[in-house]
Structure formats: structure tokens, C-alpha cells
Ligand binder design. Sequence first.
Ligand code: HEC
Ligand code: HEC
Length: 194
Amino acid sequence: MKIKTVASALMAFSMLVTAVAVSASGSERGEYGERGERSEYGSSSRGGSSVEPVTNQQYKDECGSCHFAYQPGLLPERSWRKLMSSLNDHFGENAELPDADRQALTDYLASHAGDHSDARRAQQLVRSIAAGDAPLRISQVPFFQREHREIPRRVIESKEVGSLSNCQVCHRTADRGDFEERNINIPGYGRWED
Ligand code: HEC
Ligand code: HEC
């Protein structure tokens, strides 16, 4: 009788441990927002945007001429300030601007940066960066790298895609700030189902 009680207590205990372990791993997954999660922009749901769309025409013209006009919410303010103070050596290109334009665009980027955004993906990106770091590339942000690590190299390096910097090639609604999974369609690969 006594032995039986001990055994069932042990059994109950191990079930409890398992339950705790399962729920802990569940919440860790949830933190980075895997499938099944509601897509929303900020606290109000606005057509599934992951980050606030670009609203500044000058930014679109100046910073969208060589590549996709990356939304300010994709990097923290400290990254944008660093990037904007070294435009003469911008990833091997000279993207220098007149002072007044540079100042106006820096203000726009800084005030709409990921650390001042209430959009969920922007917050996830920024929170994944260590406090002292100011990456200049979105593709160096830990949350970004986690989200993209399962994409085969040959798919990224294909003629149609080229590199992960070309967001809009795979994220067909990227210009609306919408990076949600259902709107991904990778050239030469197709839709992404994980
Ligand atoms: C003269 C062309 C040119 C202009 C203008 C330009 N860029 Fe770039 N930018 C580049 C190149 C080249 C890269 C590197 C792309 C690559 O590695 O595939 C780059 C990369 C970037 C990246 C990193 C993307 C990543 O991999 O995550 C950011 C952010 C960026 N640019 C922001 C800006 C901003 C903000 C402006 C406007 C002030 C701007 N760029 C204007 C050429 C330009
Ligand atoms: C080669 C195609 C490709 C390119 C280029 C690409 N992505 Fe992605 N992206 C993906 C895939 C695939 C996922 C994973 C979707 C999933 O599993 O939920 C993803 C996930 C994301 C997510 C998380 C979305 C979610 O709802 O879970 C964000 C945000 C994102 N990408 C932003 C970007 C940005 C910003 C760029 C450009 C700097 C970029 N991506 C470039 C294919 C791409």
C-alpha cells in the first residue's frame, strides 16, 4: 500500500515535470511568433503589416533607388544613426547626400525606428539585438537570421534572388510592410510552408 503511494506520487511528479517542460518550450516558440499567430500591425489590426510602411516620399526616392526602401522599423535608431553618418562608404558605394537631406532622412528614420514602433515584428527584431550592438544590416539581426536560416543557400544565391537584402523578391507585399508567411513566394522555389 505504502509502496503504491510512493510510486503514484513519483508518477504524478514526472508527469508534472513533463507538463512544465512542454509548456516552457511552447512559450519559447510563441515568443518569436510562429505559425497560427494573429498578424497585426501594432495593437490595431491593419491588413497584416509586420512593420509600418514607408510614408516619406523623399525616403522612397533617395533610399529606394538602388535597393528596396527598407522600412525604418526594421532597425533600431542607433543603427540608422550609424548608417546615416557613413553614407560616403555605404557597403562599398558612395550614397552621400546634401546635409539638409541627410538630416531630414535621419530624423525620419530615427523617429520611426524599430525601438519606437508598436509593430510586433519591429519589436521582435530590435529585442533580438544585444544592447551594445548597432548592426548596419537587417540581415545581421538575430531575429532575421533565425527566420531565414532554413532557406537553402542555392535558393538565396539564385540568379533571381541574389541575396537576402532583396526582401521584395520573396516577400511580394514587402512594400506594404507586410512580411507575413502567406505572402512569401520565392522565385524558382515557390510558396514557403514550414
Ligand atoms: C548608390 C546606391 C545606394 C543608395 C543610394 C543607397 N544604398 Fe543602401 N545599399 C547599397 C548597397 C550596394 C548595399 C549592399 C547590398 C548587398 O549587400 O546586397 C546597401 C545596403 C543597405 C542596407 C543593408 C541591407 C541588408 O542587407 O540588410 C541598408 C539598411 C541600407 N542600404 C540603407 C540605405 C539607406 C537608408 C539609404 C538612403 C540614405 C540607402 N541605403 C541608399 C546601395 C545604396
Ligand atoms: C529568399 C527569399 C527571402 C528574402 C530575400 C527575404 N526573406 Fe524574409 N522570409 C523568407 C522566408 C522563407 C521566411 C520564413 C517564413 C516563416 O517560416 O514564417 C521569412 C520570414 C521573414 C520575417 C518573419 C515573418 C513572419 O511572419 O514570421 C520577416 C519580418 C522577414 N522575413 C523580413 C525580411 C526582410 C526585411 C528582408 C530583406 C532585408 C527579407 N525578409 C528577405 C524569405 C525571404
